[in-house]
Design a protein around this ligand. Structure first.
Ligand code: MEV
Length: 307
């Protein structure tokens, strides 16, 4: 059996969402494919599993409750550690396929098991990435009430409600700095920033306000407003310490040709999302800087089976 799972971008609210503030994320049309076959021994991509390299897949297998050994094979059209949810995509694909093989397939169950997997491997985490790539479309994650509730996920006294939001289509450019950021490391970096600085939680709450203020412009397609909120969100992410000279260079170099640009995901390198005003000029700049980029659109389907 085979599952196809999208990548994701966080439009607003990464890091703050770990503390229960709202975030808005969107599944995008870059995919990973996980296929699973019955096998004599447990194998991942033709090798016996090694927790050091296959921690997400192995934990997903253990948590999916499949009773027999299998061979799990993974293909991905986007880079790992690039801020696009590669580990979430592969985790969700593995859980989806294994649940399908047991006749227990449900998006809500996939989202829960996949979040538990990420949490076990990564330490502190929110369900943003796993729920977005499971559901597809654009979603809001919030401790408060959300319209169009898909499911709720609980951990350590925080309940995150995950709801669909009907945003106007946006075509973004995702630029990959080529610097790999470790989500676990960046999440713990933010955690020490928040503990050591009196104003740390103020920054987290300000990011939460930006996510709330972004809902209407996203639903109305108010591109100017969305762009200016992206710029504000990016400043706050830099204050939290998850910026990197490589992403700052990309953002600065396209700023005169875009409505807004920001780090997406954990940061520390990784990727930038750009809302282009003059697409050709943005692309020219990225090519001049030899930056790998993707023109992305929303994926509406989320995880699904393929032949
Ligand atoms: C990573 O894509 C998003 C973070 O907010 C971590 C998380 O939500 O688990 C940085």
């Amino acid at each position: 059996m085979k599952s196809r799972t999208p990548a994701k971008v966080i439009l607003f609210g990464e890091h703050a969402v770990v503390y229960g503030e709202p975030a808005i994320a969107m599944a995008i049309d870059l995919y990973s494919i996980v296929s699973v076959e019955k096998s004599e021994n447990l194998l991942i991509d033709n090798s016996p599993p090694d927790r050091k390299y296959h921690s997400f897949i192995l934990t997903a297998y253990e948590k999916s409750g499949y009773p027999d050994p299998v061979h799990i094979m993974v293909k991905s059209s986007f880079s790992p550690s690039s801020g696009l949810g590669s580990s979430a995509s592969v985790t969700v694909g593995t859980v989806s396929t294994l649940l399908g093989m047991q006749g227990r397939w449900s998006k809500e169950v996939i989202a829960r098991i996949s979040f538990e997997t990420e949490y076990a491997v990564q330490g502190r985490a929110s369900p943003t990435d796993t729920s977005t790539v499971t559901s597809g479309g654009a979603i809001i994650i919030s401790r408060g009430n959300v319209e169009n509730l898909l499911w709720s996920v609980e951990k350590n006294g925080i309940t995150w409600n995950i709801g669909k939001i009907d945003i106007k289509p946006i075509e973004l450019i995702v630029a990959n700095s080529g610097i790999r950021g470790s989500t676990a490391h960046l999440v713990s970096k933010v955690s020490s920033f928040v503990t050591k600085n009196k104003f740390g939680m103020d920054i987290i709450r300000e990011i939460g306000e930006i996510s709330k203020n972004a809902i209407e412009p996203l639903m109305d397609g108010d591109i100017e407003k969305i762009g200016s909120l992206m710029v504000k969100n990016n400043k706050l992410l830099n204050i939290l310490g998850v910026g990197h000279e490589a992403t700052t260079r990309i953002i600065d170099s396209v700023s005169s040709f875009s409505y807004g640009a920001k780090i997406t995901g954990a940061g520390g390198g990784g990727s930038v999302i750009i809302l282009p005003r003059e697409r050709e000029k943005v692309i020219e700049r990225l090519e001049y800087l030899r930056i790998k980029y993707y023109n992305v659109k929303m994926d509406r389907e989320g995880v699904s089976f393929i032949k």
